[in-house]
Design a protein around this ligand. Sequence first.
Ligand SMILES: [Zn+2]
Length: 319
Amino acid sequence: MDAYLAVDLGGTAVRAGWWEGGSFAESVSQPTNTRHGASGILEQITALAHGPGRPSFDRCVIATAGTLNPKTGTVLRSANLPFEDTPLRLEMANRLKVPVAVVGDAVAATLGEFCAGAGKTASDGVYMTVSTGVGCGIVTRGALISGSWQQAGELGHVPVDLSPAALPCACGQRGCLELYASGAGIAARYAAATGRTAKGGARDVIAAAERDDAAAAAVVSRATTLMAAAIGGAIRLFSPEVLVLGGGLTRSQLIVDQVRQGVDRLLNVSVPGAVNRVKLAQCQPTSALTGAALLAAGAPRAHAMVAESRFAGQLEGWL
Ligand SMILES: [Zn+2]
């Protein structure tokens, strides 16, 4: 039987899954080795893929964090990975000795959810992920909107604080959504407000908010208000059948409830019932891994979704 390898490479964890006959036969996750530069990560993926007892595979798709050249699969830069003009596709094809394609992690997660998850029957929708950062994918008439350089959907870097006190973002702008409404943002805002660093990051801050810690509750409430505004904006912009909400932060019922209430408050007059289009991701925590596996396996809906994008050339001959 044909078998395929999917890899989800993030700043915190690298996950690998072996896809056979329409599901994962095996999967494994490790902390990302970011201590030895790009080559440390390339070696880590190779060791994961070819480790003792691992199934063999015919093709591999790697979903990665960072900004890509979609035609070549080179990672131009990444906030959370030690990549700079790293030819990830070429390097991994040489190491794994099979055809490799490299796709953005938000794109892969969008494909996963719109082919196998909460959006699988929708032809128009939006996927939004809130984890360490904030990402987004937009599907219209069954195709992923990629923009002129595959960088559409950078919702995390839409400024939401336009005041003189707006914080500087690593992207060069000020006041970006991600600074307030991501996991890293929540942890940093809590530390700035209280002078205390939450050891477990955003998870600890959210737990404190659930216990009615006033400082934590204020940080979380601001985050969910801004997430709701972003979702409301996406609903007004794209009129999606479904807006799939994913990412680690959505494991918190407090976050989900506040976001849904916020969306309802914003849109209950202009788009009645809009809040009912907000659905939780169903393939978590493997939405991106699933999307990568479907591309590797040549799943028609996944390939159709990217057929018009610059990324499609990487998949030539894979159907
Ligand atoms: Zn930014």
